[in-house]
Write a protein that binds this ligand. Structure first.
Ligand code: WT7
Length: 645
């Protein structure tokens, strides 16, 4: 089946043409990309950078993100094209065409208005991966409200602090979602987050029925299906200023408190849609696209919701985990829906490498043509395996580097235009200017042998850049724009190779990556010291074969609080559970090591580098700057006599 609306008309330019255009007139290039969207009021100014780092993109234009993802496709004759091919974990399936998605979104938008939600209000979304989640997001955006999606795996405590930071008026949730064969409760966690009036800004909770789990419905709680049944079916999308807030997404930084990253409408949508069609080589109007990310992360925002829907593709949404009921599941889905573009994380690939290729080999994956990787560096072995076993040595691999803050992909190969290299994300996309600098901010010297490792910077503003940290403009300037004045500092190390291609070297700060999920060591440390047993804690990310990094915590206990002295195994178990409860299961330490002292410099700074050596089983490095150099010996001795998990 072909559709009257040609994605190909958006991507008819070759990569070289795009690059030439961007090099000769960068702002003109971005204006052209923005013109691929429908504007309620056209913009005349592309960028205002008169007050850096506060950028304004397409400032005098007005646009509606939901209209761009839905109405305009229906108006162009794409109404019957499937937008979502949904596969629930228990095996239930459902297709939503663009018309059906629009119809539901209009009703949901009216339901939100009926609940008193207005433009600029914040709405928290705490949901499983089901079609209603996309509908909720698009409905919030449609009325100019601001969504703050909180990953369903985060704890009630994490949800509460995000609701309060954003002062959300409404939570949209579900009774539960199916995960690993069970109903994972969500409404219950919302109740827990809200109990004792601990989120006073919340007026209502809208609850989607998914698992039929019994939930307590109080006055403020409303069933989604009841609210939609009552809502008017028609809703006209109006335009909002290009710089109108679209969403907040909390992410971990170097301090204990997650930051609410703010993205605004016109620039963000331009970045998400441009990169989606360019990096994934959207050509064929019959492509079936599948990104396995949860909408709780930026990848889900840009490459499940806004990029694909703005580009009018058909995509698969899967509710569950790759191992449920068994490791065949993903490959069955690709075969069943004839997925042509597949986007996932290196952790998943490494998991399948360990399980063995038989689970993949049993399926016809000949529909695949582009394979994407995101979230952490992909090691060459995993890249090769992905290429051979999943891609049948015939698919292009795009290793995409970006961040919650960048909003969309910044560095990636563009299919069919360059020789890909296992492990390198290679080049900044056309329109994006990046650099690698040394300690002092001078560009690293790039010779025929490549360069030294340095700090990756983005040197010019780009449309989908973050516009701030919610409620904290100083932290925004301080965190991203002060290390190398005039440049955005991403937090990653990188180097150029002999061909000028970029190799990402991981975070240089206290942010760690576990299965592609971003965690802050400081956040886990503060969760640990909230437990009455713990006097002090230091957390490091230790290398892990599958998850890239794993959380290892060193704790000093308060002997007076231990009561009838549980053994260390018990202590480890309790504290690991505690971290899960405080933050979410993704932050659960792999190992807790009880120590009597932590290595500190004379000025009192914990030397995590030494703890990392211990956690990774390496000889401990230089200890000369320690206040007490014997500390590491006692930790080391201790370690070789105990482990848990
Ligand atoms: C951090 C951002 C990108 C969206 C999902 C994660 C690391 C991400 C790559 C890659 C090497 C990567 C960086 C970055 N990262 N992609 N292809 N190669 N590292 O977004 O949670 O904001 O994390 O993920 O360290 O700073 P995020």
């Amino acid at each position: 089946m072909t559709w009257p609306y040609k994605i190909s008309s958006m991507t008819s330019k070759t990569n070289q043409e795009l690059r030439d255009e961007a090099n000769s007139d960068r702002l003109g290039f971005w204006a052209n990309q923005a013109h691929q969207l429908s504007w309620h009021k056209p913009f005349t100014k592309t960028l205002d950078w008169s007050n850096p780092p506060f950028a304004k993109w397409f400032e005098d234009g007005q646009i509606n993100a939901s209209y761009n993802c839905l109405d305009r496709h229906v108006l162009a004759g794409l109404g019957d094209k499937p937008a979502i091919l949904f596969e629930g974990e228990p095996g239930d399936t459902q297709t939503y065409t663009y018309s059906e998605l629009l119809e539901q979104t209009k009703k949901a938008a009216n339901a939100l208005l009926d609940l008193g939600i207005r433009s600029g209000d914040r709405v928290a979304i705490y949901m499983p991966m089901i079609p209603e989640t996309l509908i909720a997001i698009l409905a919030v955006a449609r009325i100019g409200a601001v969504h703050s999606v909180v990953f369903g795996g985060f704890s009630a405590d994490s949800l509460r602090s995000r609701i309060n930071d954003a002062q959300a008026k409404l939570v949209i949730t579900a009774d539960g979602g199916f995960r690993k064969g069970k109903a994972h409760p969500l409404k219950e966690a919302v109740d827990h987050a809200l109990q004792d009036n601990s989120c006073p800004s919340i007026e209502h909770v809208l609850v989607v029925q998914r698992t039929n789990t019994a939930v307590a419905m109080e006055d403020k709680d409303i069933w989604w299906h009841d609210a939609l049944a009552k809502a008017e079916p028609e809703h006209e999308a109006i335009g909002f200023d290009s710089e109108h807030p679209l969403f907040i997404l909390y992410t971990s930084g170097t301090t204990g408190k997650p930051k609410g990253i703010l993205h605004t409408t016109g620039g963000y949508l331009t970045g998400a849609s441009y990169t989606h069609r360019t990096v994934f080589d959207l050509k064929s109007d019959t492509d079936v696209y599948w990104c396995t990310a949860d909408v709780g992360w930026i990848t889900g925002h840009s490459y499940v919701v806004y990029g694909p829907l703005a580009n009018g593709v058909t995509q698969v949404i899967y509710e569950g985990t790759p191992d449920s009921p068994n490791f065949e599941r993903w490959w069955e889905i690709i075969e069943k829906f004839k997925v042509s573009i597949f986007y996932t994380a290196p952790t998943a690939i490494r998991t399948f490498m360990k399980v063995g290729r038989a689970v993949v080999d049993g399926h016809d994956l000949s529909s695949l043509r582009i394979l994407g990787s995101v979230g952490e560096p992909i090691n060459p072995e995993a890249w090769e395996w992905y290429h051979k076993v999943v891609g049948g040595s015939r698919c292009e691999i795009v290793d995409t580097w970006w961040q919650t803050e960048t909003g969309s992909i910044m560095i990636s190969p563009v299919p069919h235009t360059m020789q890909t290299k296992p492990g390198s994300a290679q080049r900044a996309l056309p329109g994006i200017t990046v650099g690698i600098v040394d300690e002092n901010g001078s560009p690293v010297i790039n010779s025929s042998e490549g360069s030294e490792a340095g700090y990756l910077t983005i040197d010019e503003p780009w449309p989908s850049m973050l516009k701030g940290i919610w409620g904290d403009p100083e932290r925004f300037v301080e965190t991203y724009w002060s290390r190398f004045p005039g440049k955005y500092f991403a937090g990653d190390g990188a180097r150029f190779d002999e061909d000028g291609d970029i190799w990402l070297l991981g975070r240089i700060d206290d942010v760690i990556k576990v299965s592609g999920h971003r965690l802050s060591t400081a956040e886990i440390e503060s969760a640990l010291v909230e437990h009455h047993w713990v006097a002090e804690a230091a957390v490091v990310g230790a290398q892990d074969e599958i998850t890239e990094q794993a959380v290892v915590a060193f704790v000093i206990l308060r002997q007076d609080e231990l009561g009838d002295a549980p053994d260390e195994e018990e202590i480890g178990k309790v504290l690991r559970g505690w971290v899960s409860e405080k933050i979410g299961a993704i932050a659960r330490p792999r190992q807790i090591m009880v120590v009597s002292e932590l290595p500190k410099t004379r000025s009192g700074k914990i030397m995590r580098r030494l703890l990392k050596d211990v956690a990774e089983g390496r000889p401990v490095g230089d200890t000369t700057t320690l206040a007490d150099s014997s500390v590491m010996n006692s930790i080391n001795d201790k370690l070789h006599s105990s482990t848990n998990d």
